[in-house]
Design a binder for this molecule. Sequence first.
Ligand code: NDP
Length: 285
Amino acid sequence: MATIIDGKAIAAKLRIEIAADALALTAQGIQPGLAVVLVGEDPASAVYVSMKEKACAAAGIFSDEHKLPADTAEAALLALIHRLNNDSRIHGILVQLPLPGHIDTDKVLEAISPLKDVDGFHPYNVGRLVVGKPLFQPCTPYGVMVMLKESGVSLAGKEVVVVGRSNIVGKPVAFMCLQEHATVTLCHSRTKDLAVHVGRADVVIAAVGKAEMIKGEWIKPGAVVIDVGVNRVGEKKLVGDVEFAAAAERASAITPVPGGVGPMTITMLLYNTVESAKRQAKSEK
Ligand code: NDP
């Protein structure tokens, strides 16, 4: 049976360190600050934003919330971002996605200063990641890398198969694994023989969004399985992209859903915000 990689425990440990760093910075007169911008009333987005606010409060990070109506003009949102870019109390700016249809998401993300882009979605930060000189790394894939490290999984020379090529999870995690000297295969909806690719992997990272589509019998005995997927089945049950019970019989280590990658995402957002404040503190010395 596989070891369970406990994301909740890893996140809790990291949050204690983040809070200690935030406290030390605050004592130097630089309290880390995160601006969170929510446009509209999407219920899932509202839940994420409130989780982020609570996490900031618990870590001693100043949280600056901007809840704007759904009909906010693009120009008004861009003006707010411009203000936040120039506000020295703010070290990270997060615009909750998705934005309403009349707003150009790319334009908004590119308006955020790359030096405050704690989500790591600005093309500047994407480019830095690709050339192997990351500044801000996107939170979910960054969380995956921290979990692997905390679990003692070294990637050098390993076959990593990533399933899913989104800009927020699949692509960045593939580049992060490459940076750690893995041999990386990036699979997607047009990939032929997915089972064969997955079956070769020493480490499988699943980020698809389809309940249990990766079958336990595909997993190579001894492989490490990281399941980013969160899929609702029925009223209350959440499952990942991997058939957990069957995969756990073959894998050496596996993340559960929930309680795996999920708790790491907000943790890495807090981490990025505090790192940004540290950079400001250094530049002021
Ligand atoms: P996207 O929908 O943006 O991307 C899904 C990817 O899966 C696409 O690249 C798509 O391929 C690929 N895909 C779809 N069907 C198949 C298939 N049959 N075989 C192989 N690949 C396939 O999703 P995200 O990356 O945003 O999210 C993925 C999952 O991770 C979701 O369940 C989401 O909820 C979860 N998630 C969890 C987070 C957390 O904090 N735990 C944070 C972010 C996401 P193609 O490009 O060809 O269409």
